[in-house]
Design a protein around this ligand. Structure first.
Ligand SMILES: [Zn+2]
Length: 77
């Protein structure tokens, strides 16, 4: 099952979740605030296959609705 990365629109927490591809874009509950306002940031597998790099460089949260996840505490890069 693919690993997807999500970014909460409410508290900007980033977290990973294993979900089926069909459920990847469905609402997911944020583990921090409990709101279902998390948006998928980037697929780990897709990032590897498309660019050979995991999660890009710095601006990898561009997929977030806000386009800015600088406040995230879980930045992995
Ligand atoms: Zn949240």
């Amino acid at each position: 099952m693919p690993l997807y990365e999500y970014c909460c629109l409410d508290c900007e927490t980033r977290f990973d979740a294993l979900r089926s591809m069909s459920a990847a874009d469905k609402p997911i509950t944020c583990p921090e605030c409990g709101q279902e306002h998390a948006r998928r940031a980037i697929s780990l597998f897709a990032a590897i296959s498309s660019s050979g790099v995991i999660a890009g460089n710095g601006g990898s949260c561009a997929q977030c609705a806000s386009g800015n996840c600088a406040g995230c505490h879980n930045h992995a890069h």
